[in-house]
Design a protein. Structure first.
Length: 160
């Protein structure tokens, strides 16, 4: 049986061209009237680089349009680096590749996904997606390891 549980999340942003997340406050409890467990996460910025916690061990780098281009995370026994490349126009960026490098005591694992674009439609090894003229996803299809397919359809109002 699942008991009632409520979560309220408040996000603080600084927006100039694109929005940078500064702080997340999450309140949890048995109801919205009794949110007794509170956690706060603060994010520091240096240009387009966002830091959370120790700046040497966890950071995210964004391009000038607000797209993640690099993520670095290291902890006990691992170092994880993610690099994303894009082809950007004046409105939005089309992702062209995503690479993850994971280093552990057992060795280094590298995984790369390449994305092929035709207009606003993209395909990759396990899926495809269609975007509107503003770069918002309309339909995403992903092949599941179970053999099925996940399809997510979105609609947007007043995209200006």
């Amino acid at each position: 049986m699942l008991d009632d549980y409520a979560i309220r999340r408040t996000l603080d942003w600084s927006c100039d061209g694109w929005c940078k997340l500064l702080k997340v406050v999450q309140e949890e409890g048995p109801s919205l009237e009794d949110l007794s467990f509170v956690t706060e996460s603060e994010y520091d910025w240096d240009g387009n680089t966002q830091y959370q916690g120790n700046p040497d061990t966890r950071y995210t780098v964004y391009n000038d349009m607000g797209y993640v281009v690099e993520f670095h995370d290291e902890g006990d026994g691992y170092v994880r680096d993610e690099v994303t490349t894009y082809d950007c126009d004046a409105v939005w960026c089309r992702q062209t590749s995503y690479e993850t490098v994971l280093e552990t005591s057992e060795g280094t694992t590298t995984e790369t996904t390449n994305y092929e674009w035709s207009g606003n439609e993209v395909t990759w090894e396990t899926g495809s997606a269609t975007y509107n003229e503003y770069g918002y996803p309309l339909v995403e299809r992903t092949q599941l390891s179970s053999g099925g397919e996940s399809v997510v359809t979105r609609t947007y109002d007043d995209c200006l």
